[in-house]
Design a protein around this ligand. Sequence first.
Ligand code: ADP
Ligand code: MG
Ligand code: ZN
Length: 498
Amino acid sequence: MSDDVRDFDEVLASYEPVLGLEVHVELSTASKMFCSCSTQFGAEPNTQTCPVCLGLPGSLPVMNATAIESAIRIGLALNCSIAQQCCFARKNYFYPDMTKNFQTSQYDEPICFDGLVSLDVEGEHFDIPIERAHMEEDAGKSQHQGSTGRIQGADYSLMDYNRAGVPLIEIVTKPIMGTGSLAPQVARGYVGYLRDMIRALGVSDVRMEQGSLRCDANVSLMPRGSTTLGTRTETKNINSLKSIEKALTYEICRQGAILFNGGKVIQETRHFHEDTSTTSSGRSKEEAEDYRYFPEPDLTVIAPSRGWVDQLRTTIPEAPHLRLAKLKTAWGFSDLELRDVVAADAVDLIEATVAAGCPPPSARKWWMGELLRRANADSMELYELPITAQDIADIQGLVDSNVINDKIARKVIEAVIAGEGTPTAIVEDKGWTVVTDTDELSRVVQSVIADNEEIATKIREGKVQAAGALIGQVMKAMGGQADAAMVRELIITTLTDP
Ligand code: ADP
Ligand code: MG
Ligand code: ZN
């Protein structure tokens, strides 16, 4: 059953979208929030559990100090106030992925509150008000068995509690207004900003596709000129930045159609479908759930000292957009070049390559050319390729000192990725150096000329541009290892000098 949708611009002419973004970030602490179990991703199911994270009676939680430090640093990076005192609370509900029957979370006293993120999207400036950033624990993971792989139509479900108790930070915005037709892009830009900032803080690997960064996107429509918020929907299951934009665009068009037809938007959670870029109805949220929150009696109050918070403030990295603006100037990239680099997640790699001595345009050329092609072909991220920024800087160094040329450089890259050693060792072992010996080059040039009389005649008659074809032949004969400039020179002097 497909929903009625209206044209995006038509909806925007009559309604103002209001956004609310909830982002969950899984912290990359070594151990869980309240016990010493490992948080390593991908272990055998139920091998990283203990009485505390399984919620066995009588077990007692102990707070993870690193997680609290990470929460404060995230809050500071988002310009939040840090609570002088706050506590954990029990959020009571039953679900098989949570054996305690309550989630240890924060309720009316979040550790970070009232923040602000400044964002530039498509040349416009937006201030995103942050309501709170609070600490909580993750639940286990259900694996629904059956043809659908989802709970609907499953034969039975298996439970993996390795994730139960992994520390999470939930960052919630206030209702975001005034984004107009850029609403979907602003949402995407904001989550991208959080991802980059949190990655720079080094407290999470923020991988949307692995679930270490998750976004629930709320949106409602408000008639233009009104100040009363409309009814919102909350879309879940969004696992890429692109999908945030698509899910919100769809929801705006869908809610617009309902309102144009005189209907009422139902407050509910919705699920995003990657394949169709649509959302479908999930759970109704018309009545607020009563979770019977109460302060967690087994944990003490958290009261970060002023001195600690001030010290943590000195560890906050520069905001991503300021850093990008500086790098753009330093590297001399165009807007488009920088945008492509950002989209390919190559900023850090290029920065490291430049730091290792490579000129910025060359660093960009390798990472955005050869290496990006290779990563895409293998469905990998650039940084997952088994080649380092130092390797690329070394390879470019060999090109710049004329030991190898670009063509050989590509072979060296392949060999490094195949694990055959460092660039210098590979070039030495394989004898892949550029041939600059005039006698050797001349011999090949002569034989290529002899085999290509027609082209040679053209060059003799002054058609120098025909030399390209002969250079190609020489290169081919020498396995790409000739110095192209020298070959060109030799061909032209041989054929045109009296
Ligand atoms: P829930 O428990 O339902 O997820 P939260 O308070 O955690 O509720 O998150 C709701 C999000 O939606 C917040 O970001 C909030 O600012 C935002 N929000 C609240 N009301 C509206 C509305 N009418 N339209 C759009 N966003 C809203
Ligand atoms: Mg929510
Ligand atoms: Zn445990």
